[in-house]
Ligand binder design. Structure first.
Ligand code: SF4
Length: 452
């Protein structure tokens, strides 16, 4: 856990050191990152890895629905407009076929402890289709009573959806809120009145959701610090158990839909930094614990508990209290993680369907993690999750040591007896510090987002 100041002593802002924020860095939801996946590789290793899962292992599933009713201008996810019902039906049929393929490879050897539904927006499909999907998963895998979570777009939520979630026993949900400012909502192509968020929150609580997350954003077009504060006050008022506060990553050369957001409307790096601090201070003052570098949770929530206990993890869904070492991804673009392997499914939904209908595992590429990758993955995960890592298992070159010194000179970290410890004011620099241990990041092109 980062050595964070208590809410009452949030007097000093983080130091603003633009040189140390200048380098774009990955979000490290895995190491190696998806940028290192080799196209076409990993299929044979995937089958071996699934076959090698020991009988009785606990594992997790992630199911991807790459569709949304409406596409937001800022979105960097693998998603498309839901459009015709036939498109969703064809995708769901492929997903059901992939579930059978993976379940037969697994052959009942593992217990499914968690199932996360993400996207896109899982509620782009009909509630009855969601029931069909959950039935297929529970029949195909030895699920028992797994913890289930779902990402939701409030714009497509309904009483029927709430009833389905209650019947299935979904206990964790995440709502894309982003901002309560009507003006900014128009600028990002996501118009959702406060009443809609309020009603959705009430429906989810009544349905038995005990851990509710709000995704919020800073760095949006035309957004000021006051706008962010106002939105966070409204969010806190609705009592989410968790808040993820993300900086908008503007990379229109990689995500064409972001061209709808003019560059000159975006806050500069200094303003983004001030917003990140202001959001942090606001949420901490409201009693939320800081989790990793961009999540917040009420002290009794599982995420805050994991952060306190040093058991917080980071995977493709961000910071998580899921401790399983194996995550199997289902659906277009989903990623499967094993200790020695990361593989990704075909991203394009059409090609994904074709591969599955030909009876193939629809993998598009991945990476076998070398022993060195695995040692570095532990260090990077510990820096980001716990603010502390034993770095004795790897050797840093001269450039890496100099880079470490740059952060140390600013009082952002300390290395003693091979243990690297981040200071409380290092939170916005955590990704930059983690990147020192990433040997793939030597000559970086503009593939990643701002460090803040
Ligand atoms: S609802 Fe979420 S996944 Fe869908 S377009 Fe908007 S931000 Fe992207």
């Amino acid at each position: 856990m980062f050595a964070l100041p208590c809410a009452g002593s949030l007097l000093g802002m983080w130091p603003y050191l633009p040189d140390l924020l200048a380098r774009p860095v990955p979000r490290y939801t895995s190491f190696p990152t998806a940028a290192e996946f080799a196209p076409g590789s990993g299929a044979a290793e995937y089958l071996s890895a699934v076959a090698a899962i020991p009988v009785g292992s606990d594992i997790s599933l992630y199911v991807h629905i790459p569709y949304c009713e409406q596409i937001c201008f800022y979105c960097g996810c693998n998603t498309g407009r839901a459009g015709r019902a036939s498109r969703l039906t064809a995708y769901l049929n492929a997903l059901l076929a992939e579930i059978d393929l993976v379940a037969s490879a697994l052959d009942g050897r593992a217990n499914i402890r968690r199932i996360a539904f993400g996207g896109g927006s899982p509620n782009a499909i009909a509630p009855t289709d969601f029931v069909r999907l959950v039935d297929a998963l529970t029949c195909a895998f030895a699920t028992g009573r797994p913890e289930m979570s779902v990402e939701l777009d409030p714009r497509g939520f309904s009483l029927k959806w709430a009833e389905v979630l209650a019947t299935i026993g979904v206990t964790h949900a995440s709502l894309g809120v982003q901002t309560f400012s009507t003006q900014i909502q128009h600028a990002i192509g996501r118009v959702q009145p406060r009443k809609l968020i309020l009603d959705t929150t009430a429906l989810l609580r009544d349905a038995g959701v005990r851990s509710l997350n709000f995704d919020m954003m800073y760095g949006l077009p035309g957004q000021t610090e006051n706008d962010l504060t106002e939105s966070l006050i409204q969010a806190i008022d609705l009592g989410p158990d968790r808040v993820a506060l993300f900086g908008y990553a503007h990379v229109p050369h990689l995500v064409p839909r972001q061209r709808q957001i003019p560059d000159d409307k975006l806050p500069d790096q200094k303003k983004r930094f001030e917003m990140a601090w202001s959001g942090f201070a606001r949420l901490r003052s409201a009693g939320y614990a800081s989790v990793g570098f961009d999540h917040f949770a009420k002290p009794g929530d599982g995420l805050a508990i994991a952060s306190r206990n040093g058991t917080l993890r980071r995977n493709f869904q961000g910071f998580t209290d899921d401790r399983q070492e194996i995550l199997l991804g289902l659906g277009a673009s989903s990623i499967s993680m094993f200790p020695g392997l990361i593989v990704q499914n075909e991203k394009n939904a059409g090609r994904y369907r074709m591969r599955v209908s030909a009876g193939q595992h629809p993998l598009s590429g991945g990476i076998v993690r070398s022993p060195d990758d695995r040692r570095r993955a532990i260090i990077i995960e510990n820096i980001l999750c716990n603010g502390k890592a034993d770095i004795s298992a790897v050797t840093l070159g001269l450039a890496g040591q100099e880079r470490l010194q740059e952060f140390a000179r600013q009082g952002l970290l300390d290395v003693s007896h091979d243990v690297l410890t981040l200071s409380a004011k290092a939170l916005p620099y955590a990704r930059g510090i983690a990147a020192i241990f990433d040997p793939y990041r030597t000559q970086e092109k503009r593939r990643f987002s701002n460090a803040i």
